[in-house]
Design a protein around this ligand. Structure first.
Ligand code: NAG
Ligand code: NAG
Ligand code: NAG
Length: 304
């Protein structure tokens, strides 16, 4: 009896030791809060982004003006950092990002230099020299998120964390539902960064490109090529919209896909309505398109 009680006391003190960023009186949880405070959105009209922007008064509630949301992915055959263990996930494309295009397809970038974490930004934007965004994720106790990102959000020729920082500072700072004001008075530094990374992964899960192509018999191959129409039809038949497809090597090697959508509600938790691309494909409409198999040593199994 005595020992059971002391074990319980130990467990209780372990729970208390978990960092807690919640405001007093909120329900108990061992996961630190990274959610925005969207209670003010209850009084807002419900509209899809870009479909009636005159109705959107509170830009925390719908991405505005960047209401044409793109979930973008890569198909690459190597990373260049295989020796350091940076490999590609078997059976999956990889994440590029989640971009807030304006309704006409133009876009802004690096909108808030107070949240600039990109170590290699373009000219005119100061380079970030502080701790990597991976340390932000660890501070919030989100090892699960970090593990997922290391598996599916892969950089080429530089560490993954640099790419995540680039995507946040270039795009999320221009997405109104991630504005600092949307987190309310209890905002904790970098909770917007974690909230964005979670949102990117949620959006990525809506578009399993590898599986959608495989279900139409389109598998990576170094022997069989496909036509642009084959690939477009496979994706359109499942998402009800035509994504942008990007090709390298003069339009002959498939390397990218961008899914366009309007969002009903917030980018974090709202519903995505997938729409046709506003950008013409860079893949040849006449030449054979190669969807190459990856270099064997550049891939690893990440599914459990
Ligand atoms: C947009 O919303 C306003 C205000 O509710 C309304 O008057 C207008 O008719 C709407 N426009 C469209 C195109 O639905
Ligand atoms: C690239 O593709 C275009 C159109 O298919 C073709 O006219 C051109 O010769 C190609 N260029 C090279 C360098 O292969
Ligand atoms: C397939 O071809 C690509 C492009 O040449 C190459 O990088 C890759 O290693 C090849 N994969 C296999 C399994 O041969």
């Amino acid at each position: 009896m005595q020992s059971t009680l002391s074990v319980l006391a130990l467990l209780a003190s372990a729970v208390v030791a978990v960092p807690d960023t919640r405001s007093p009186g909120s329900p108990s949880s061992s996961v630190p809060n990274t959610f925005p405070d969207f209670t003010s959105c209850l009084s807002q009209p419900s509209v899809y982004s870009c479909e009636n922007t005159t109705q959107i008064a509170n830009t925390c509630c719908s991405p505005t003006p960047g209401g044409l949301v793109l979930q973008t992915q890569f198909w690459s055959t190597y990373t260049g950092l295989e020796k350091q263990g940076q490999k590609l996930p078997k059976g999956s494309w990889t994440i590029h990002g989640l971009w807030p295009d304006n309704c006409d397809g133009s876009f802004e970038q690096y909108c808030d230099l107070s949240r600039q974490y990109d170590p290699a930004p373009p000219a005119g934007v100061p380079a970030y020299k502080g701790p990597g965004v991976d340390t932000f994720i660890k501070e919030f106790g989100r090892d699960d998120l970090l593990e997922y990102m290391e598996n599916y959000w892969i950089n080429q020729g530089a560490p993954n964390k640099n790419f995540w920082a680039h995507e946040f500072s270039k795009h999320a700072t221009c997405t109104s539902t991630f504005d600092l004001a949307c987190y309310g008075p209890s905002y904790k530094k970098n909770q917007d960064v974690i909230n964005f990374f979670d949102a990117v992964i949620r959006a990525f899960h809506q578009y399993p490109t590898f599986d959608m192509l495989a279900s139409a018999g389109i598998m990576p191959s170094n022997k069989t090529s496909y036509s642009l129409g084959n690939i477009q039809n496979a994706l359109k038949s499942q998402t009800a919209a035509l994504p942008y497809l990007g090709c390298s090597h003069n339009g002959t090697v498939l390397s990218e896909v961008w899914y366009f959508s309007h969002v009903y509600g917030t980018e974090q938790y709202g519903t995505y309505k997938t729409l046709d691309t506003t950008t013409a494909s860079t893949c040849s409409s006449t030449a054979p398109i190669w969807y190459y198999e990856r270099t064997k040593t550049s891939e690893h199994e990440v599914r459990k």
